[in-house]
Every structure is written in C-alpha cells, then in structure tokens.
Design a protein around this ligand. Sequence first.
Ligand code: HEC
Length: 238
Amino acid sequence: MAHEWHRRLEARQLTFAVLAFVAVAIGGLVLLIPPYFLQGTITPLPGVKPYTALELEGRDIYVREGCYTCHSQQIRPFKTEVDRYGPYSLAGESVYDRPFQFGSRRTGPDLARVGGKYPDSWHWIHLRDPREIEPRSNMPRFDFLLEAPLDLSHTRKKLEVMRRLGTPYDDAEIEGAVASAQAQLAKLADGLRAGGMEISEIGGRSEGLAVIAYLQKLGTGIDWRSRGATEGRTADAR
Ligand code: HEC
C-alpha cells in the first residue's frame, strides 16, 4: 500500500540505521559548515585582542586550579542571563581561547564578562578568602596563589605555541614575553599598594596576580560597560 512504503525500509535494520545516520549527518553538516565561513566566528571581533603574556599565565592557573568546574564563561542569549551578566557571548570573542573555557557548570556565577566588574583589590581579597566578601560563599580559598611566585620560565614558549596555533603574536612580543609579564605584574602590584593594600614582595609577583590580570581581561573585547550594561543586544555593543 502506498502509505506503507516505509515499512519495507524499517524492516531492514542495518540499511535503515545507515540511512538514518546519513540523514542526521547531513543535518549536522548544515549546522556546522556555515560558521566556518562567517566573519566573527573564525575571525576575532574588532577589539578582541590576544592575551598578554601575564594573562596567558593567569589563564593556565585558572585551568590548573579547576575554576572552570564551578564557573562557566558563556552567556547565553536569554534575557535572564543578559540581565545578570551582560551582552551574550559571541564566537568571535573566543578565537584566542585554546582550549576554550565555556564550562558546563555554574556553582558560581558566569565569568565571561567579569573583566572590569570589580577593582583588582576586590579580586585580591576574594581570592584570599571569598567569605570576606560574601559570607555565604562556598568558593574555596585560593590564598596560596597570592604567596606562590609566578613561574615565568615557560612563558615565552607558551606564546610561541599559541602563535603556532594561530594567535598573531609578533616576534617582538615573543622576545619580550617575560619582560612584559614582569612589567604588568609590577603595574598591578603598584596599583594595589597605591590603593592601600599590603602586598608582599612575593605577592607582587605571584600566581594570584596573574589570575587577576586574566579575570580583568574577560569579556572586555567588546566595549559594553561604558554603553550601559544591560542593554543586552550585543550587536548594538559592537
Ligand atoms: C567550588 C566552586 C568554586 C570554585 C572551584 C571556584 N569558585 Fe569562584 N565562585 C564560586 C561561588 C559560589 C561564587 C559566588 C560567591 C562569591 O562571590 O564568592 C564565586 C564567585 C567568583 C567570582 C565573582 C563573580 C562575580 O561576578 O561576582 C570570581 C571572579 C571567581 N569566583 C573566580 C574564581 C576563580 C579565579 C577560581 C579558581 C582559582 C574560582 N572562582 C573557583 C564558586 C567557586
């Protein structure tokens, strides 16, 4: 009967499985292929810059300490998220994130746009003991990061590897990676001291400062804070 033609197909399990796979694969490719040719998914959005040497080191510590197990870095295009965290994330903002830190859990808040939300001193105190800021916080203390000297012996190599993966660092940036990290550390430490914080000599070149540099970079490629935080339409913020 005409309306039962598919019964014959369904009776052949293997053929049917293969055909079903082909159908689903076509659907997948239709979704996957176009973004590879769209500006803004494979190319950085204007304003999105590679991590500085120090931020890159901070990022590695973020990964090492498993911050991603509690924090996502991906604001979804829902009103609830945009109202809380800022304009939703765009692919072109993550082009220098290898590996990306989108995350899948939010025991703590999303961090995709935490850069510039708080002063450096806030992060210092929060890393030392989150309960000093939010008594009900269940985030662990990361005070040890504030006393661990940052190891810069692989910094240059890390930039080289990132360049091989496609991040456009030039020769001068790679040559000067360590000096640049040290300068950014000194600037951060000076800023904290000027604000009245007591930062020890080791604290001033600590892993914690690298993490703070990294956090302050997140989500700042798009200049959205100065344009009104909760507008919510990233297209407008570009
Ligand atoms: C066990 C889960 C957990 C881990 C691991 C964790 N956090 Fe958190 N984090 C939280 C929670 C819960 C909050 C919200 C309460 C607070 O502010 O402490 C938070 C808040 C934050 C905030 C403030 C966000 C905002 O918008 O107010 C930052 C920044 C942050 N965490 C950074 C980190 C970093 C960096 C690491 C790794 C070194 C880390 N967290 C590891 C649970 C965690």
